[in-house]
Design a protein around this ligand. Structure first.
Ligand SMILES: NC(=O)c1ccc[n+]([C@@H]2O[C@H](COP(=O)([O-])OP(=O)(O)OC[C@H]3O[C@@H](n4cnc5c(N)ncnc54)[C@H](OP(=O)(O)O)[C@@H]3O)[C@@H](O)[C@H]2O)c1
Length: 293
């Protein structure tokens, strides 16, 4: 049996969609059955929902019983390191064989992991997993294209993409490309002891991204650079937890110091997956970015 964690979140759900499309059985760990049901995850006969908390090994016996391989994802919160290390402990004591760690790696050339707390936490979790004696595979995507959907309100209302990225490049990746890889890793196994970095197919400036959104919606969109302080205030006003805003400030400082971005499509090539372009992503989400009528 195979297990997905983070099934109510963005990447867990995207991986689950692959199982549903292929009509393959999978177990999904959720903290709240009610939330999972609200998302419609209880509607598929091939999906077995089991409740548990990754940070509390005592709640995980039912979820981990008979599991061969697991995709480990949890939220980017200050307790991510502890949550995932406790989950690895539970996998070990419940005889799981192979953990696929959903990790992350910036596409900025020369990005220093020690300067961004989430990359550092991912490195520490990867080290913990590698030292656990379990088989492991790390999947390390770059920035998700879906991050730009957070800006859809301003784009639709004012035709402006407001971000503090100056003229730097990023190589964002579509979450559904990552899900095709995590699905294949879960289903097929293998690739043990391997780290798979993944980016999207192009290094893009924010002006490039604005241009692609405009082409998809048919309405003008311009990039308006804002300062780090302006972005910080906007995020705090939107209700984002201050610890996450602090983390994004760290990431921003490192990104601004490393303006060039790499493209790594080796995992796409390994699994024969078409790398979704930002233009295709924007077309798929054009309704969210398009001005209201
Ligand atoms: N944003 C980016 O551009 C980017 C790029 C590369 C990598 N990453 C990494 O991607 C990961 C986040 O992926 P995502 O966007 O799919 O996350 P997400 O949408 O925030 O979903 C997180 C999932 O983890 C579950 N979860 C959290 N704590 C849990 C616990 N203690 N026990 C059981 N389930 C728990 C959540 O369940 P509930 O519904 O119960 O909360 C939710 O289903 C982070 O590690 C982040 O560093 C992000």
């Amino acid at each position: 049996m195979l297990l997905i964690t983070g099934g109510t979140g963005q990447n867990g759900r995207a991986t689950l969609s692959e199982f549903i499309r292929e009509k393959r059985n999978v177990r999904v760990l959720v903290r709240s059955l009610e939330k999972a049901s609200g998302l419609g995850l209880d509607k598929f006969p091939q999906v077995e929902l089991v409740q548990g908390d990754m940070g509390k090994p005592g709640t995980l016996q039912a979820a981990l019983a008979g599991i061969e391989r697991v995709l480990m994802i949890s939220s980017p919160t200050p307790d991510m390191l502890d949550t995932q290390c406790r989950f690895i402990d539970a996998c070990k004591s419940n005889n799981v064989r192979h953990v696929i760690k959903f990790s992350g790696a910036e596409s900025g050339i020369g990005f220093d992991p020690s300067r961004f707390r989430f990359t550092q936490m991912h490195e520490d979790i990867e080290d913990y997993l590698e030292g656990s004696g379990l088989a492991w595979t790390h999947v390390r995507p770059s920035q998700f294209m879906q991050v730009y959907l957070r800006e859809a309100g301003d784009v639709a209302k004012e035709g402006v993409l407001r971000l503090p990225f100056g003229e730097i490049e990023l190589s964002p990746i579509d979450v559904s490309d990552i899900a095709k890889v995590t699905y294949r890793l879960l289903r097929e196994g293998g690739h043990e002891g391997v780290s798979l970095d993944m980016t999207g197919p192009e290094a893009l400036t924010m002006s490039d991204i604005a241009e692609r959104i405009a082409a998809a919606t048919g309405a003008p969109v311009r990039y308006e650079p804002i300062t780090a302080r302006e972005r910080r205030e906007r995020l705090l006003a939107s209700g984002m937890p201050p610890s996450l805003v602090d983390a994004l400030d760290e990431q921003l400082a490192e990104r601004l110091a490393r303006p060039k971005s790499r493209v790594d499509l080796s995992a796409h090539a390994m699994f024969g997956i078409w790398p979704t372009t930002f233009a295709e992503f924007a077309k798929r989400h054009a309704a969210a970015f398009r001005p209201g009528v």
